[in-house]
Ligand binder design. Structure first.
Ligand code: NDP
Ligand code: ZN
Length: 351
């Protein structure tokens, strides 16, 4: 079969591989819609995970089940399914501890395009299908469904980890598709004021659509000053980091209230250390928490989040700025995600 792969660092291309063999609990799936991710860009062009050779990329897909193992109970060939970016082994101790994202070791719940061939192949293997697949609701298109693989759960994880609550003031740094879903998640959790930081007009407009009350352009000056001006100097309750550089942590620390939460969902692809200013951190006694998390995967989370699309509580269509058709367009889609033209939020390729 054909797949679009990371050949080595800084190099991508089409390769031929054998069709994956599946185990008794697994499913073989063919993609119906895929979306390239900024994470693929960090992996290939920033060496964020180290080298990978001939690894098929991609971890965001809606697909059709082609074959299931003998122990799979709830899925059958022909089913249209959402494949979460995170597909852990559910029996591991990390999963039992509530952090399936790290099943088998740090970040290893993230299998596709990390330690296993991803979804940019004609076929791909989903381990533990009963635990890792979810049926696509009938009234959700494959293009919209693919936003459930990663963008919706990641953004919402940022809002969940920030423990956003009614009426709070939340800053979201970075409003690409992930940050936009963090805005939407914070809004659904009842935030009062949401200050969204990004420079591109299309992203600022989408942020307002998803519930941002204020937008700040980081290219127009120091964001700490701009946010303090907007709040009249009052600290904010929560900060969600979904873009920018390592400096975002220092900036967040300067605007957060005592006992506030800084919730990172950005994939920190380069740089060495995150700096925390001693005084901003309340001299070590400010009860300010920093948390960073890989999105939750698995079936239940997909079913739960797909209800938001099924029952029209969340509209992901504004994210889908570039719609491509055909398996061979995967390369173009990934390069769009790398080059980020000003009118791009997220590309989706239907197959
Ligand atoms: P994008 O590149 O589309 O968006 C990044 C955002 O950050 C844009 O709004 C951009 O602004 C903004 N930004 C860039 N530089 C700065 C700066 N100096 N200060 C403030 N804002 C800045 O990325 P995605 O939304 O696709 O992904 C966001 C991150 O989430 C990526 O690192 C991705 O790998 C990661 N990710 C993490 C996952 C997880 O499980 N935790 C899962 C999926 C993705 P503009 O373009 O407007 O200038
Ligand atoms: Zn992704």
């Amino acid at each position: 079969m054909k797949g679009f792969a990371m050949l080595t660092l800084n190099k991508v291309g089409w390769i031929e591989k054998p069709k994956p063999a599946i185990g008794p609990m697994d499913a073989l799936v063919k993609p119906l819609a895929i979306s390239p991710c900024t994470s693929d860009v960090h992996t290939v062009w920033e060496a964020a995970l180290g080298d990978r050779r001939d690894l098929i990329l991609g971890h965001e897909a809606v697909g059709e089940v082609v074959e299931v193992g003998s122990l799979v109970k709830d899925f059958k060939p022909g089913d249209k399914v959402i494949i979460p970016a995170i597909t852990p082994y559910w029996e591991t101790v990390e999963s039992q501890m509530g952090f399936h994202q790290h099943s088998g070791g740090m970040l290893l719940g993230w299998q596709f395009s990390n330690v296993r061939d991803g979804v940019f192949g004609e076929y791909f293997q989903v381990i533990q299908a009963d635990g890792n697949l979810a049926l696509l609701p009938d009234n959700v298109s494959v293009e919209e469904g693919v936003m459930l693989s990663d963008m919706v759960p990641t953004g919402f994880h940022g809002a969940d980890n920030a423990e956003v609550s009614y009426g709070e003031c939340v800053v979201v740094i970075g409003i690409g598709p992930v940050g936009l879903m963090a805005v939407a998640g914070a809004n659904l959790r009842g935030a009062g004021r949401i200050i969204a930081v990004g420079s591109r007009d299309i992203c600022q407009k989408a942020a307002r659509f998803y519930g941002a009350t204020d937008t700040v352009d980081y290219k127009a000056g120091d964001i700490v000053e701009q946010i303090k001006t907007a709040t009249g100097g009052k600290p904010v309750d929560k900060v969600i980091i979904a873009g920018g550089t390592l400096e975002a942590f220092e900036q967040a620390m300067k605007i957060i209230r005592p006992a506030g939460i800084i919730s990172n969902i950005n994939y920190l692809g380069s740089g060495e250390y995150i700096k925390v200013n001693r005084v901003d951190w309340g001299l070590g006694m400010g009860h300010i928490r920093i948390i960073g998390g890989l999105m939750p995967g698995g079936r239940k989370n997909m079913e739960r989040l797909s209800n938001l699309l099924k029952y029209k509580k969340l509209d992901v269509s504004p994210l889908l700025t570039h719609r491509l058709k055909g398996f061979d367009q995967i390369e173009k889609g990934l390069l769009l995600m790398k080059d980020k033209p000003r009118d791009l939020i997220k590309p989706v390729v239907t197959i």
